[in-house]
Design a protein around this ligand. Structure first.
Ligand code: ZN
Length: 143
C-alpha cells in the first residue's frame, strides 16, 4: 500500500508537475547536479520581505529528482525562508532516517519520499532539490 502510494505520487508529479517552469525575473537561481544519476536542475525563486513568493525549476533528471523538486516547491512557496530551511532540514534528516513521524507529516506529500531512505542509490536524486534550496537561501541571506 505504502509502496503503491509512493509510486503514484511520483508518477503524478512527473506527468503533471506544478512548478516545472522558469520563474520570470527570479531573485535567486541555482543549479544543482547529481552526476551519479544525471539529474540536472535549476531552481529559481522570488523572495519578498523574507518570504518565497514564487518558485520554479527547469532541467532534466529521473522521476524521483523531478517529483521531489516539484513537491518541495509545493511545500515552500508562500513560506518564509526561515521556515523553508527548517522544512528542508526535516526532509534531509528524514532521508537519513533521523526525523520523527510528526516532523515527516509536516512535509505533506514529500513525506512519501521517506521510502527512498531504504534505497541508497536514489538518495542523491531525492535530496538534490532540497540541498539546492538550502544553499541558495543561505547564499541569499549572506548578501
Ligand atoms: Zn536521479
Amino acid at each position: 500500500m505504502q509502496n503503491s502510494f509512493y509510486r503514484e505520487v511520483i508518477t503524478e508529479h512527473n506527468l503533471r508537475p506544478s512548478h516545472k517552469t522558469p520563474v520570470d525575473d527570479p531573485d535567486i537561481t541555482l543549479r544543482g547536479v547529481n552526476p551519479s544519476c544525471g539529474d540536472d536542475i535549476t531552481l529559481g525563486l522570488k523572495i519578498r520581505d523574507g518570504r518565497i513568493t514564487e518558485g520554479g525549476f527547469t532541467g532534466e533528471g529521473c522521476a524521483i529528482s523531478q517529483a521531489s523538486a516539484d513537491m518541495m516547491l509545493d511545500l515552500v512557496i508562500g513560506k518564509e525562508t526561515e521556515e523553508a530551511l527548517r522544512l528542508a532540514d526535516i526532509f534531509l534528516r528524514m532521508i537519513r532516517q533521523e526525523a520523527g513521524e510528526e516532523e515527516i507529516e509536516e512535509l505533506e506529500e514529500a513525506g512519501f519520499l521517506t521510502d527512498v531512505s531504504h534505497m541508497p542509490a536514489r538518495v542523491k536524486c531525492a535530496v538534490l532539490g532540497w540541498h539546492t534550496l538550502e544553499n541558495m537561501i543561505r547564499n541569499f541571506r549572506k548578501e
